[in-house]
Design a protein around this ligand. Structure first.
Ligand code: DGL
Length: 261
């Protein structure tokens, strides 16, 4: 018997482990759904690759999830969204497909013309999508883009609290700490190191990330398409990884269980 379309899984992917921070938000608000999470750790990082390559990898990830019957897709990677979401929408007009972008809007709309540091991959910061977002909010806030090559690699190896990571973040953030009011986590790997970032930046600095907004947008899109699962019991998560090792799957599960600040 064929499975009803609304009972099919939601496909979620990232260049690696980062998108699990978005998966956590999805699961929080739609716990009855089934999920397939694909991490392309073999090809990570995406954020320092040429645009065409990111597009090719992103399209391959979407195809892989659709072949497994995904009813909708969450591009849980700011870099892949910036590089390819428009192309994907053109290729799959009938699939509910949601991407993630740096949460500059809520950060910029805080009162008092805040100064915001946007941490993201070099590719995201160079892209048109980011430039457009900046232009839309530059009257409301001072926005500083900070490319963070090397940061996602800590999370990819399961290091979210180490002394070496702390030193890396201290060096990265030190030049900005006096002037900023807020930090936007513009890469889905970074919520896993949020606690350390908050510790270094101090309680005064507000941290924003787009995971929850993205999850809510997916719920809205699925609802609109009549594709929300009618199940009342709890759903499930299946982890897949292009490295196809037990270690990667184990790390995926550990990060999924991790309490984020
Ligand atoms: N997690 C990805 C993002 O949200 C990028 C990490 C990378 O592959 O460079 O941008």
């Amino acid at each position: 018997m064929e499975i009803a379309k609304c009972d099919r899984p939601i496909g979620v992917f990232d260049s690696g482990m980062g998108g699990i921070s978005v998966l956590k938000e999805l699961y929080k608000i739609m716990p009855q759904e089934q999920y397939i999470y694909f991490g392309d750790s073999k090809n990570a990082p995406y954020g320092t690759r040429p645009l065409e390559e990111i597009r090719r990898l992103t399209i391959a990830n979407v195809e892989l999830l659709l072949e497994q019957g995904a009813k909708g897709i969450v591009v849980a990677c700011n870099t892949a969204t910036a590089a390819a979401v428009r192309i994907l929408r053109g290729m799959y007009p009938d699939v509910p497909l949601v991407g993630i972008e740096p949460a500059i809007k809520p950060a910029a709309l805080q009162p008092g013309h805040p100064t915001i540091l946007v941490m993201a991959t070099p590719m995201t910061i160079q892209g048109d999508k980011y430039r457009n977002l900046m232009m839309r909010y530059e009257q409301k806030a001072d926005i500083i883009g900070l490319p963070c090559p090397g940061l996602m690699e800590f999370v990819e190896t399961g290091n979210t609290e180490g002394e070496d990571l702390k030193v890396f973040l201290e060096n990265l953030l030190a030049p900005y700490l006096r002037e900023i009011d807020s930090i936007v986590l513009g890469c889905t790997h970074y919520p896993f190191v949020r606690r350390l970032i908050q510790e270094i930046a101090g309680e005064r600095v507000r941290i924003f990330d787009g995971g929850n907004g993205t999850a809510r947008e997916m719920r809205r899109r699925l609802g609109e398409a009549g594709l929300l699962s009618a199940h009342t019991g709890s759903g499930s998560v299946k982890f897949e990884n292009s490295l196809a090792t037990e270690e990667e799957i184990e790390l995926s599960r550990t990060l999924f269980q991790k309490n984020l600040l």
